[in-house]
Design a protein around this ligand. Structure first.
Ligand SMILES: [Zn+2]
Length: 305
């Protein structure tokens, strides 16, 4: 061992520290440009304290904010796309998937599994925009269908949190097919009288908004999220006029009847558990005898109501 090696661990940490301080301890709001200490933003679930901008968050973080602590059990984590088209754009599709796996630690843009939300068992599917723009490919579609199957089997509700640019172009028709595949599965869920709650976050676009994301029994959105089908530039060019102010935002969509509710991130968990309790009370979704400690008298349903 060289003499200098003895100091390596010390030197390394002292070199790394200030860099870490610079890059990760301050967060800049994309909307109002305020600079904030990361802890403050973290405590507010990644919402800007000044302008209430809801920052984009990863799927793991989202699950942490929604599921009861330690209750989430991931399913189908090993499903990977098989690339039947041998697609290559700037780089081969397989390499792109591998790179995104390195970046995010997941093998697809969806993390799915089951958890409890304030004690109520539910199937939860969450999109991660960081993985190839949250695009919908065959693996993502399959994970959604499997979550539906588990919901039916366990007699539970389903929640999908979308954050997606749309269908994955690298899978062409295979990804477009996921729109009908997921829609058909949700019809089976509906036939069983089980609820599907769709949560739209920034952004929910293209083939995702044109299929399952808009098929929720209840459709919620975070404030200020971009939600639409085609991009604004394309629409503007096609119709040849200016678009109204606030076009394709949650607020605009609520006003025009596309959404049921806009829910702040800090209220999302409570809202979801209230909705699940409501469906439980009116449709007997969950056997309430197995849910001790629940507010059983909160939802009294009159005969024939
Ligand atoms: Zn802000």
């Amino acid at each position: 061992m060289f003499f200098g090696d003895l100091f390596k661990p010390f030197r390394k940490s002292s070199e790394d520290e200030p860099k870490k301080e610079e890059t990760s301890h301050w967060v800049k709001c994309k909307k109002c440009n305020s600079l904030m200490y990361y802890k403050e933003v973290e405590n507010l679930l990644q919402v800007c304290p000044k302008c209430k901008y809801h920052m984009r968050i990863g799927a793991r973080e989202r699950i942490k904010y929604l599921a009861d602590e330690g209750s989430f059990v991931e399913k189908d984590a090993d499903l990977v796309p098989i690339d039947p088209l041998k697609f290559s754009d700037k780089m081969p599709y397989r390499k792109r998937v591998a790179d995104n796996f390195k970046k995010t630690g997941t093998k697809s843009s969806v993390i799915s599994g089951e958890c409890t939300i304030n004690g109520i068992g539910v199937q939860l599917v969450v999109f991660d925009f960081k993985f190839m723009g949250g695009s919908l490919g065959s693996v993502e579609g399959e994970k959604i269908v499997r979550a539906v199957n588990r919901a039916i089997e366990k007699h539970q509700g389903l929640i999908i949190v979308s954050a997606s640019g749309g269908a994955r172009m690298q899978e062409s028709t295979f990804s477009l097919l996921q729109m009908s595949k997921t829609s058909a599965a949700l019809k089976r869920l509906s036939n069983e009288g089980l609820p599907f709650i769709s949560v739209l976050t920034d952004p929910t676009m293209g083939g995702v908004s044109a299929s399952f994301a808009m098929l929720g029994d209840v459709i919620l959105a975070e404030p200020g999220a971009l939600i639409g089908f085609a991009g604004q530039r394309v629409i503007k060019q096609t119709i040849g006029t200016d678009l109204p102010e606030g076009f394709q935002t949650s607020e605009f969509l609520l006003e025009h009847g596309f959404l049921d509710m806009i829910v702040k991130r800090s209220r999302m968990k409570e809202t979801l558990s209230d909705l699940l309790q409501y469906f439980d009370a009116t449709h007997g979704m969950v056997d309430r005898r197995k849910q001790p400690g629940r507010r059983q008298d909160d939802y009294v349903v009159e005969e024939g109501a």
